[in-house]
Design a binder for this molecule. Structure first.
Ligand SMILES: *Cc1c(COP(=O)(O)O)cnc(C)c1O
Length: 401
């Protein structure tokens, strides 16, 4: 259990002691903060590593580390036992290196004209799914004089990126030819699962067989990839036969569930990394029968106290949280009262005492979880944390390097 003793941060407003350090002057002035617990992030990696044996971990830090802050999370992940960093955009990979982050980095989502050469110059591995990309990588290797480290991607059934079984042998042959030319080294072969969050789904076993067949074709063509990888968080935790040499760990590292069939975050021993917290901007008494927020979708049942939270859909609070998003305020769980506005939401505090400046918890820490918000809004925890916008300062707790 967390220490629930209350301390004063600023303006004498009560703040949970575990999060007092998150209320920097910037967060205080803004009235909202996303506190990022890097100890939890490191602990989550350790928890997953215990379950997957000696398999390596690629920490997936795309999309600003799912909204948690790219650089700080990448450093903490390497510190916590990940040996690889994975991002979608090549620009994200370049940003990591330019911030001085080490480790092996893979970027996997490119379009024609992407910054291949900038990646090669920074020792960033790139994914290749098609012959046009291999051609661009060969050209970049020639132009920069650097050997391109490539992960060939097979489409084993997700129908997103990757070469289909029909195109795979041609791609593999072209990659081998580029190796012979001295321009490319195929270090990885990889793919991605469509239904890893439902391990019993027949597509999971089917994708594993297609992946194994793709590995055989690559070996027959003379490729010797050292990292074969297929699993995301759900695959890592729920499909042991999908682990191969490395798992790409995203959502579990951030302490949220990869899917109900895999288990709740609690059951998996994962600790939420992000806690979204705010300070009440207004507290006032209103009579029963008062309509609240746009459209009056909420009407107070009796005389009550309303609190105003300075976060809205422009900050990433889903509009779908109307009358459903859970908030811990004045010692009890409340529900967003009425519509989520662009910059603010209202909560009904009933008869409980509160004052402007008091801390409320939207998710994380002692409050509801981002997974609870996902259930309330008909989405997934990934979307809840990733959409928290740039108007919310991220404060990283537990920074060690
Ligand atoms: C985002 C992503 C991951 C991480 O998935 P989680 O479910 O968050 O673990 C892994 N691999 C690929 C290709 C991805 O796009």
């Amino acid at each position: 259990m967390r220490d629930t003793e209350r301390v004063s941060a600023r303006h004498d407003a009560p703040v949970d002691v575990a999060y007092a350090a998150a209320w920097t002057s910037q967060a205080c002035a803004r009235g909202a903060v996303a506190a990022i617990d890097l100890d939890a992030l490191r602990a989550n990696i350790a928890t997953v590593r215990e379950r997957i044996g000696g398999v390596e971990v690629m920490a997936v830090v795309k999309a600003d580390a799912y909204g948690h802050g790219l650089e700080a999370c990448a450093r903490a992940a390497l510190d916590g036992g990940a040996t690889w960093l994975g991002v979608a955009l090549l620009d994200e990979a370049i940003a990591l290196r330019d911030a001085g982050v080490g480790g092996q980095i893979l970027g996997w989502l490119a379009v024609p004209g992407s910054r291949w050469g900038d990646c090669l110059e920074r020792d960033i591995d790139v994914s290749v799914s098609a012959s046009w990309a291999l051609e661009e990588v060969r050209a970049a290797a020639t132009a920069t004089g650097r050997l391109a480290r490539v992960h060939l991607k097979a489409d084993t059934g997700l129908s997103r990126s990757g070469a289909t079984p029909r195109d795979w042998s041609d791609l593999v042959a072209a990659a081998h030819a580029a190796e012979v030319e001295g321009l490319v080294e195929v270090v990885g072969v990889w793919s991605h699962l469509a239904c890893a969050d439902t391990p019993s789904h027949p597509s999971v076993a089917a994708q594993i067989s297609v992946f194994e067949a793709a590995l055989t074709v690559a070996a027959q063509a003379g490729l010797r990839p050292t990292v074969r990888h297929l699993a995301n968080s759900a695959g890592a935790l729920g499909v042991p036969s999908a682990r191969f040499d490395l798992v790409r760990l995203g959502i579990a590292m951030y302490g949220l569930t990869p899917g109900d069939d895999i288990g709740t975050a609690d059951a998996l021993g994962l600790r939420p990394v992000m806690s979204l917290r705010a300070r009440l901007a207004s507290v006032k008494q209103v009579p029963g029968g008062s309509g609240v927020s746009y459209g009056h979708d909420y009407v107070t049942g009796s005389d009550t106290t309303l609190g105003l939270v300075p976060l809205g859909y422009a900050d990433g609070i889903p509009r779908a949280a109307c009358n459903s998003g859970p908030v811990l305020a004045a010692g009890a769980l409340r529900t967003v009262a009425g519509r989520v506005c662009m910059d603010q939401v209202v909560i009904d505090l009933g008869d409980d005492d509160a004052a402007p400046g008091d801390e409320v918890v939207l998710f994380g820490g002692e409050g509801p979880s981002a997974d609870d918000w996902a259930s309330a809004c008909g989405t997934i925890g990934y979307e809840i944390v990733t959409r928290i916008g740039p108007r919310v300062p991220r404060v990283h707790l537990g920074v060690t390097s």
